[in-house]
Design a protein around this ligand. Structure first.
Ligand SMILES: NC(=O)c1ccc[n+]([C@@H]2O[C@H](COP(=O)([O-])OP(=O)(O)OC[C@H]3O[C@@H](n4cnc5c(N)ncnc54)[C@H](O)[C@@H]3O)[C@@H](O)[C@H]2O)c1
Length: 377
C-alpha cells in the first residue's frame, strides 16, 4: 500500500475509534476504500453538475487511484448544504468539521447525509468531526466557518468576527492540508479570502473565493424569469467584489446566443441587475434568521467539482489579481479557468468604458474592506 493510502487508512481507523461516521464499502468483500474507483454520475447522482459519465475519477497527486478528499469547515447551513451537493454529485469523500462547542452536530449531519446515499446512489465516506486531524491531506478545503449576516446587518459588519475565525481556521488548514485548494465562502468574502491567503501562505492560485458563481446564478435566474426562457439558454458574467459594487457585464450576457441588450430594455435590465446586487439581502429579509444557503452551497460545490474533476471551467471567482486588470494584489471577482491546480489562469477581457469605471469602483471597495480588516486583526 502506498504512503497516501496508509495515511487514509489510519484516518479511517482513528475516526472509527472515536465513533465517527465513516462509510463502508458497499460490498461484503473487504476492499480498501482508498483504492476503489468512484464512478462519476451513475444512478441518481449524475445530473447535479451535468458531469455525465465522461469525466470519471481523477488521479490525485500521483497517489493510487482514489477519491478526492473534500473538507468543509463550518457545518452550518452553507457548509452542510455544500457537503450535500458534493455528496450527491459524488465528488469525493467528505469531512464536515465544526467547533467542539457544536457538540455532535457535525457527526449527526454526516450520518444523516450518509443515509441518503442508498437513495441517491452515491459512494462517499462522510465524516463529521471537530478534530482537524480527520481533515488531514484534503485535496480541497471549503471554508464556510463564521457567523452569517442577520437582518439589517451588512456583510462588512461581519468583518471583525469572521476575520478572527478565518485566521484560526487557516492556521489548521495550513498544518493539516498543506497541498489543498482552498475555497473561501465566509463573508465579507473579498476580505476573508485575502485573510486566508495571508494566514495559509499558500500560492495565490490555491486560495480563491466563491461569490461570482452565486451572483451570476442569481442574475441568470432573474433573467430567465423575466424572459420566460430556460436558464440553460442564459449565459452571463458578473465581475468585481461580492457586494453592492458587483459589476454586471451586459456585453458578456446572452440568451441563446442573442445579446441580452436586444431582448430587455436598458432600464429594465438595470432593475434586474439591482435585484441581483441585493440578492443576498432579499433572502435574508425573507428568512428572517440566517442567510441564503442552497444557491451559495451549489455554487461552492460547482467550484469543488471544477477542481476535483479538473474541468477547466471558466467561472467567475474571487481570484488574486496583481497585474491582472491592474488590481495590484487584491482578491476581486474575475473570470478564471478552474482546475486541479485551483486558479490555473485569470482570463482578461476587454471592458467597455462604463464597465472599466464600475470595476475600478468595486476594486476600491475591496481595498477599503481589506484596509479595515488590517486594523482589526
Ligand atoms: N460567499 C457567498 O456567496 C456566501 C453566501 C452565503 C453565506 N455566506 C457566508 O458563509 C458563512 C456561513 O453561513 P451559514 O449560513 O452557513 O452560517 P451558519 O451559522 O449556519 O454556519 C456557520 C458555522 O460555522 C461554525 N463555526 C464558527 N466558528 C468556527 C470555527 N472557528 N471553526 C469551524 N467552524 C466554525 C459555526 O459553529 C456554524 O456551525 C457566513 O459568513 C455567511 O455570511 C457566503
Amino acid at each position: 500500500m502506498k504512503k497516501g493510502s496508509e495515511g487514509r487508512e489510519n484516518e479511517t481507523k482513528r475516526a472509527r475509534s472515536k465513533g465517527q461516521t465513516v462509510a463502508k464499502p458497499s460490498s461484503d468483500v473487504q476492499v480498501d476504500p482508498v483504492t476503489i474507483e468512484a464512478p462519476c454520475g451513475q444512478g441518481g447522482s449524475g445530473g447535479y453538475f451535468k458531469c455525465g459519465n465522461s469525466n470519471g475519477p481523477r488521479l490525485w497527486r500521483n497517489e493510487s487511484m482514489r477519491r478526492a478528499k473534500i473538507t468543509v469547515i463550518g457545518a452550518g447551513n452553507v457548509g452542510a448544504t455544500t457537503a450535500h451537493w458534493c455528496a450527491a454529485a459524488e465528488l469525493g469523500d467528505i469531512v464536515l468539521l465544526d467547533i467542539p462547542q457544536a457538540g455532535d452536530m457535525p457527526k449527526g449531519k454526516a450520518l444523516d447525509l450518509m443515509q441518503a446515499s442508498p437513495i441517491f446512489g452515491f459512494d462517499a465516506q462522510i465524516t463529521g468531526t471537530s478534530d482537524y486531524a480527520d481533515s488531514a491531506n484534503s485535496d480541497v478545503v471549503v471554508i464556510t466557518a463564521g457567523i452569517p449576516r442577520k437582518p439589517g446587518m451588512s456583510r462588512d459588519d461581519l468583518l471583525a468576527t469572521n476575520a478572527k475565525i478565518m485566521g484560526s481556521v487557516c492556521e489548521e488548514v495550513k498544518k493539516h492540508s498543506p497541498d489543498a485548494v482552498v475555497i473561501v465562502v465566509s463573508n465579507p468574502l473579498d476580505a476573508m479570502v485575502q485573510r486566508a491567503l495571508q494566514v495559509t501562505g499558500f500560492p495565490p492560485q490555491r486560495v480563491l473565493g466563491q461569490a461570482g458563481v452565486l451572483d451570476t446564478a442569481r442574475y441568470r435566474t432573474f433573467l430567465a424569469m423575466e424572459l420566460g426562457v430556460s436558464i440553460e439558454d442564459i449565459s452571463a458574467l458578473l465581475m468585481g467584489g461580492h457586494g453592492d459594487t458587483m459589476v454586471p457585464m451586459p456585453s458578456c450576457t446572452t440568451v441563446g446566443g442573442i445579446p441580452v441588450t436586444q431582448l430587455i430594455k436598458p432600464e429594465r435590465l438595470e432593475e434586474i441587475v439591482d435585484r441581483t446586487r441585493k440578492g443576498g439581502a432579499e433572502i435574508v429579509g425573507l428568512l428572517k434568521t440566517g442567510s441564503a444557503y442552497y444557491a451559495p452551497a451549489a455554487a461552492s460545490a460547482q467550484m469543488v467539482e471544477a477542481v476535483v474533476r479538473d474541468k477547466k471551467r471558466l467561472l467567475p471567482c474571487a481570484a488574486y489579481c496583481d497585474k491582472e486588470y491592474g488590481v495590484g494584489g487584491y482578491y476581486v471577482g474575475v473570470p478564471v479557468i478552474l482546475g486541479t491546480g485551483g486558479v490555473e489562469r485569470i482570463v482578461e477581457i476587454d471592458l467597455t468604458e462604463k464597465e472599466t469605471a464600475a470595476f475600478a469602483n468595486s476594486v476600491e471597495a475591496v481595498k477599503e474592506l481589506v484596509a479595515s480588516m488590517a486594523k482589526l486583526v
